[in-house]
Design a protein around this ligand. Sequence first.
Ligand code: SAH
Length: 224
Amino acid sequence: MAEHDSFAEKHRRLLDEIAQDARETAFWTGRKAFSDNTMAAMAAVPRHEFVRDGDEVVAYINRPQPIGHGQTISQPYIVALMTDLLDLDGTEKVLEIGTGSGYQAAVLAHAAARVFTIEVVAELGWAAADRLKALQYGNVFVRIGDGYQGWPEEAPFDAIIVTAAPERIPEALIAQLRPGGRMIVPIGRAHDRQTLTLVVKGLDGKVTVDSVLPVAFVPMVKGK
Ligand code: SAH
């Protein structure tokens, strides 16, 4: 109980920091504050369940953390920003590329209706699926595979989020986005700065692309 309380206090402070980061980056993102839907999702997910054993004390620091296999769980502010830019209202079917720890998928599970998430590193994907099941996220579906192919059997998606950086927007993902849908993806070369990029597909199928913010993500690797 004492431990639970200490996470609750850290979690509250993290939400305040995210709100402050949102204000400070409004110039780039165009948003001074994130929606109630986004912030409620950030408040609902116990991030200490998604870091490695022994790292729980740093789970609520507003930083990325290592999750093994050279991968990272993203910074909470970035998770909130990417979720917010999808403009979710709770009814959507969302595709995520790069399950990692499953944390972003859990946030989306609160903010949207259903989440389909693909991870290329099998051990990470299995661990995330077990964790999400234990936490009773029955609306998240994990697949081991290559995110460049998307999940054609479940397409189209109302929103797509890519949490590893490809050099260009994968064609298959644009094709699997519903007209009127939104995709958020960090674009750029591996081990370099990338640009968080918002892709909007109009109802007429026309695609517009906007740069949001410089970011640092792990590369999206070519799958088998
Ligand atoms: N969203 C995760 C963090 C993702 S880190 C979280 O909340 O914890 C990026 C993840 O993308 C890594 O787990 C990496 O293995 C995965 N990845 C990289 N290339 C991929 C690809 N082609 N298809 C699917 N996943 C990929």
